[in-house]
Design a protein around this ligand. Structure first.
Ligand code: 0A1
Ligand code: ZN
Length: 895
């Protein structure tokens, strides 16, 4: 097990002396004493230096080990800090290893554990070594067979990877099943499930005409919530066939939902295991966002079958090879699904933009802070202490942006050719990011050498855009410059290859055809400029009047754009930019400027006033009925507090919150008639269906309701209370509750109680209830503090510190999405944080570490706030027996 300070280095990669060809596993499942018998055919790796068979093991009781059927010779098996080493001289050897483990005591949810009476595994990244001794690294790919034996009454369903070979009953109420996975796989993709579950089943035909069985396994009481996950799986299969020519390679594909799970879901070969949150959704329990999330997570895990499983990672530094690529694929899928459901080309374009906006919002509020703090790392890190800490927004989201830039550079066909080449070279292998980019370059005759810096450099690049107009020649010169701030271990940065999509808008608001100096004719209205140096200029000619530049259209690179635009220009782009992403971004920039201005006023004790020009631009979008409501909702939604705190120097949550509250109140009051008008017009008739057009209307309606409730007039509160009472689906019910929670009206308490009563036995829905209260803004000083409420909610019988979803909703909501309350001036929020991180760490280091990360960005705050946070960080760091997970986070934060 890595210990703090025990850095693992990417450069130190060495293949193991022995790999594994076949693995035969036998599980005798028992809550307290599961016996695992593993038979490994180990084979010398001709490309590796000589050495023993290296087996990792953690929290295991070794019952026996035999070498080619015989007891080991004296000294032949050596115990090491991380497991066992077996000295053998032959090129091939069969090891038979028996271990005993205690799933009921395994609260880490890594390895084999129990949840609601069933047995489940989670092996990525290094959980398999908690089941048996094994060369538990992704570059060891083997063929697996598995026999499961368990109590037939409590665990009637026995599942593992691949194809079912045999089932049978045994004496003493036990039964067994045997499974075989025909494909090579690394140990992190192993899975088993033994539980009392029911399945929704479908048989579908793949593009080559094979019939395959699809199953979604859940507890029987949840069967009325799985239809959408099944549909999502079928859509994902079709999409991968159509867009990438990739087909399901097994006869059976299973999804299993489990209530206790550290992450979202896991792509185990043929047996995906999911957090219930990303499987279960019906109109009464899931919001439109839940439906969208289920669809994209189902797709993500399914897509891993090719990008991750058939071709996997050589080592964990290459994680973005599978994760960045697979997030990119699920984002493209979601955009295509949204577009496909639209009834006109314009609606489809808007739906794509809305998807892109959601992705970029996620990047800005989740990845930018990471890239600006002590955990900043390149998408392909150079070192880690605990790999579980590197399933990050950088590896996933920024990694996906890097793949998207490759698509921008190579075009759709070129990208597809690169993917085809990648599979033709590397199917069945464990490879590196260089191998992937190498295929993209080779298939296209492209030079991506400079582009590779995206894999090695951390930090969010700043892209500066400056324009100069020469009326005499009708020429507009656009100068783009780049710089990347220093990050830990990387004081100096080099220029990156940044594709910058640019358009020029004429005075009438229409896009201008672009002609660069030296070109005979004007061409497209959006062009990609390839910035490869620190600074470079482009000259656009043949222009009649000074244009307004629209830079970084579609967010063509994951950078922070610095461009000097006055209010008038932002309002102009909010009204006219033909690129919907940039139109949204103009609105976000205007809001950011206004909010940070108000926050500065609040900090200085000045009177807060919302600029009139902003109000006009905002209202123009609000009342524009020709725009897609989903898009309008995005343009009028405030940037996240997490993102704004990054932009505020120094960050100070209290005045920022005051500014946000003031803005929402003012706008809600000033435009109450417009909000109400749109609210009434947008009502969705008929049965609930998850469809982008309906979801867009509900989204804008709920946004109107939030602004109205922020103003707080009695009509507004009545409206929210009525929507709550008469809601026909969870999106409306939750939207109304979210609006009421953001107020100090008495209806707030009533609605919260009614919601709790209605869903008192529904764990997933109660997560929403916990989350809303933890993240609520306090609109009145008379209200109890959020910390008091969070503490009280921890005593609710539905809350449990050992269930990750509960922790993420209540504690995560408070630590990560309620800055003004968490950073309260008396420091009580930090003391509570320290107490909870230490408590969680005793049982589940992964969850503890995720909570610990809430304070890693502490150096952006004012000196007074930093001083208070330091106390809490030092207290956690000094705790005895801290896990490597939490030790790495607090160590880096303080370092
Ligand atoms: N590979 C999964 C995410 C995942 C990672 C680690 C886990 O346990 C530590 C669990 C799941 C995915 O990308 O969906
Ligand atoms: Zn993934």
């Amino acid at each position: 097990m890595p210990t703090p300070g025990n850095l693992i280095l990417r450069e130190a990669y060495q293949p193991l002396a022995y790999g594994v060809e076949t693995v035969d596993l036998d599980f005798n499942l028992d809550p307290q004493a599961t016996v695992v018998t593993s038979r490994l055919k180990c084979v010398r790796n001709p490309d590796a230096a000589a050495g023993p068979v290296v087996l990792f093991g953690e929290a295991l009781e070794l019952v026996s080990i035999a070498i080619d059927g015989a007891a080991p010779a004296e000294g032949q098996v050596r115990k090491t800090e991380s497991g066992l080493e077996v000295n053998v001289s032959a090129d091939e050897v069969v090891l038979t290893i028996v271990t005993r483990i205690n799933p009921s005591a395994n609260l880490t949810l890594s390895g084999l554990y129990q949840s609601r009476g069933g047995f489940y595994t989670q092996c990525e990244a290094e959980g398999f070594r908690r089941i048996t001794y094994f060369p538990d690294r992704p570059d060891v790919m083997a063929r697996y067979t598995v026999r499961l034996e368990a109590d037939a009454a409590t665990c009637p369903v026995l599942l593992s990877n691949g194809n079912l070979l045999e089932t049978g009953t045994l004496p003493n109420g036990r039964h067994f099943a045997r499974w075989e996975d025909p494909f090579l796989k690394p140990s992190y993709l192993f899975a088993l499930v033994a539980a009392e579950l029911s399945a929704l089943e479908r048989t579908v035909t793949t593009m080559s005409g094979r019939d395959v069985l699809l199953q979604v396994w859940v507890e029987a009481r949840d069967l009325d919530r799985v239809e959408h996950a099944m549909d999502s799986l079928i859509h994902s299969m079709r999409w991968d066939e159509e867009v990438f020519g990739l087909e399901l390679d097994l006869d059976r594909f299973m999804i299993v939902a489990v209530s206790d799970f550290n992450m979202g879901a896991m792509e185990n070969k043929g047996l995906n295991i999911f957090n219930t949150k990303y499987v279960l959704a019906n109109p009464d329990t899931g919001t439109d966002l839940d439906f969208e999330n289920v669809e994209s997570v189902v797709a993500h895990e399914y897509f891993h079958n090719w990008t991750g499983n058939r071709v996997t990672c050589r080592d964990w530094f290459q994680l973005t090879l599978k994760e960045g690529l697979t997030v990119f694929r699920d984002q493209q899928f979601t955009a295509d699904m949204m577009a496909r459901a639209s009834d006109s080309p314009a609606a489809a374009a808007s739906a794509r933009a809305v998807t892109r906006i959601a992705n970029v919002r996620g990047l800005r509020s989740g990845q930018f802070p990471e890239d600006a703090g002590p955990m900043a790392h390149p998408i392909r890190p150079d070192s880690y202490q605990e790999i579980n800490n590197f399933y990050t927004a950088t590896v996933y989201q920024k990694g996906a942006e890097v793949i998207r830039m490759i698509l921008t550079l190579l075009g759709r066909e070129g990208f597809r050719n690169g993917m085809d080449l990648y599979f033709s070279y590397h199917d069945g292998q464990a490879v590196t990011c260089d191998d992937f980019v190498g295929c993209m370059a080779e298939a296209n005759g492209a030079d991506l050498d400079l582009f590779m810096r995206w894999y090695s450099q951390a930090g969010t690049p700043r892209l500066k855009a400056e324009g100069a107009w020469d009326a005499a020649t009708g020429t507009y010169t656009l100068t783009l410059s780049q710089s990347t701030p220093p990050t830990p271990g990387q004081p100096e940065k080099l220029p990156l290859h940044i594709p910058v999509a640019v358009g020029l808008i004429g005075p009438d608001g229409a896009d201008l055809p672009l002609r660069l100096e030296g070109e005979a004719n004007a061409g497209d209205t959006t062009r990609v400029l390839n910035l490869k140096e620190a600074s470079r200029s482009w000259r656009f000619t043949g222009l009649a009047a000074e244009p307004v530049p629209s830079v970084l259209r579609g967010y063509s690179a994951p950078v922070i754009l610095e461009i000097d635009e006055d209010d008038e220009r932002l309002a102009f782009r909010m009204a006219h930019d033909a690129d919907p992403f940039n139109r949204w971004d103009a609105a976000q920039r205007f809001m950011e400027r206004v909010v940070l201005g108000l926050a500065a006023d609040a900090a200085a004790g000045r009177k807060l006033e919302v600029p009139q020009a902003f109000g006009h631009a905002f209202r123009a979008l609000l009342v524009n009925e020709s725009l897609d409501p989903a898009f309008v909702a995005e343009t009028l939604a405030l940037p996240s507090e997490a993102y704004l705190l990054e932009r505020m120097q120094p960050a100070d949550p209290a005045p920022l919150r005051a500014a946000l509250i003031h803005l929402m109140r003012e706008v809600g009051q000033a435009m109450q008639a417009d909000f109400l008008g749109r609210y009434l017009d947008l009502e969705v008739e008929g049965e609930y269906r998850y469809h982008p057009a309906d979801a867009g209307k509900r989204s804008l309606r709920n946004l109107c309701l939030r602004y109205l409730a922020a103003w707080g007039g009695p009509t507004a509160i009545d409206l929210a209370a009525k929507q709550f009472e008469h809601a026909g689906n969870m999106t409306e019910r939750y939207g109304a509750l979210a609006a009421l929670v953001q107020s100090d009206a008495p209806q707030r308490t009533e609605a919260l109680a009614a919601f709790h009563d209605r869903y008192r036995d529904d764990a997933l829905v109660l997560d929403k209830w916990f989350m809303l209260q933890a993240t609520a803004w306090r609109w009145s000083d008379a209200a109890p503090t959020t910390l008091d409420q969070v503490r009280a909610l921890m005593a609710n019988p539905a809350f449990s510190l050992s269930n990750p979803n509960k922790v993420y909703s209540l504690l995560g909501g408070y630590f990560k999405s309620n800055a003004a309350e968490f950073h309260r001036p008396d420091g009580a929020g930090y003391a509570f944080w320290a107490e909870q991180v230490v408590a969680l760490d005793r049982n589940n280091p992964q969850v503890a570490s995720r909570m610990a990360r809430a304070l890693e960005g502490w150096r952006k705050f004012t000196p007074e706030i930093q001083a208070r946070i330091r106390v809490a960080l030092e207290q956690v760091a000094a705790t005895e027996g801290l896990s490597p997970d939490v030790a790495e986070i607090v160590g880096k934060a303080l370092g």
